[in-house]
Design a protein around this ligand. Structure first.
Ligand SMILES: Nc1ncnc2c1ncn2[C@@H]1O[C@H](COP(=O)(O)OP(=O)(O)OP(=O)(O)O)[C@@H](O)[C@H]1O
Ligand SMILES: [Mg+2]
Length: 254
């Protein structure tokens, strides 16, 4: 067996003196799509932030390996260059920076960190046009400042556009489906599915089983009170939808 793309072992994380993650174990093999479902406040976004390298999270125990390397020793920009991408639950607005400019800067920063030269403008334009077309994002939106005044659904599409252009090897989608109408959900899911590849793994955080009809996961994890309490195949999501979280909370308490 080759090294898993991502290994999270007994991860404990504190935020401002509160222990939020309490021993997360999760292994993501190359090419796999795993879904994480769990109650509000169970720590899903915290896990995604810790993976992306956001500051203010104190890891008190455990480790995270990306391709066998210690991810926790890497700065956020090094992680991005190594191919970690987080599509935020609440995308950040960047006033004064056109989306197009932001995308080019992000792509070039990643290329630079990898020792590659800058993309030529025609190559960049071609890549953006293709990816934006797939996600049905209009060109005039790309001229507007990133996420400023974008509707909830437009922000989510813009996140997936960044993801498509950066071609990460670990994609973390934090509630990318929230705020999307039914048609947008299909468009965005198709965009995500096009990015599925044997070399790329995805962690898809969602509250809704419906998303998993479009982005069909290999593995589903139930998260409760800061850890993974149950792991199964896609039928686990249906079971959760039918029963709610109470049964799983009990197994957590046991
Ligand atoms: N900076 C902080 N200070 C104090 N508590 C925090 C901080 N950040 C997160 N928490 C707490 O950590 C817990 C986990 O939050 P997190 O955002 O990871 O939950 P979640 O599973 O993503 O929930 P949701 O499904 O609502 O998105 C919550 O109780 C939250 O209030
Ligand atoms: Mg969250």
């Amino acid at each position: 067996m080759s090294t898993p793309l991502l290994e999270i072992k007994n991860l404990h994380v504190r935020v401002e003196d509160n222990e939020i993650l309490k021993g997360v174990n999760l292994t993501l093999n190359r090419g796999e799509v795993h879904a994480i479902m769990g109650r509000n406040g169970s720590g899903k976004s915290t896990l995604s932030y810790v993976l992306a390298g956001k500051e203010d999270y104190e890891v008190t125990e455990g480790e995270i390996l990306l391709d066998g390397e210690n991810l926790l020793e890497m700065e956020a920009d090094e992680r991005a260059a190594a191919g970690v991408f987080l599509a935020f639950q609440y995308p950040i607005e960047i006033p004064g920076v056109a989306t197009m400019t932001f995308l080019k800067a992000a792509m070039n920063a990643q290329r630079k960190a990898r020792g590659e030269g800058e993309l030529s403008t025609p190559d960049f334009m071609r890549a953006v046009k293709e990816a934006a077309g797939l996600l049905e994002i209009k060109q005039d939106m790309l001229k507007r400042p990133l996420n400023v005044g974008f509707s909830g659904g437009e922000k989510k599409r813009a996140e997936i556009l960044q993801m498509a252009l950066l071609a990460p090897k670990l994609c973390i989608l934090d509630e990318t489906d929230s705020g999307l109408d039914i048609d947008a959900l299909k468009v965005v899911s198709e965009g995500v599915n096009k990015l599925r590849s044997p070399e790329r793994s995805m962690l898809v955080i969602t509250h809704y089983q419906r998303l998993l009809n479009y982005i069909v996961p290999d593995v589903v994890h139930v998260f409760s009170a800061g850890r993974v309490v149950e792991t199964g195949d896609k039928s686990l999501a249906l079971e959760l939808e039918a029963k709610g979280y109470a049964d799983f909370d009990e197994s957590n308490a046991a």
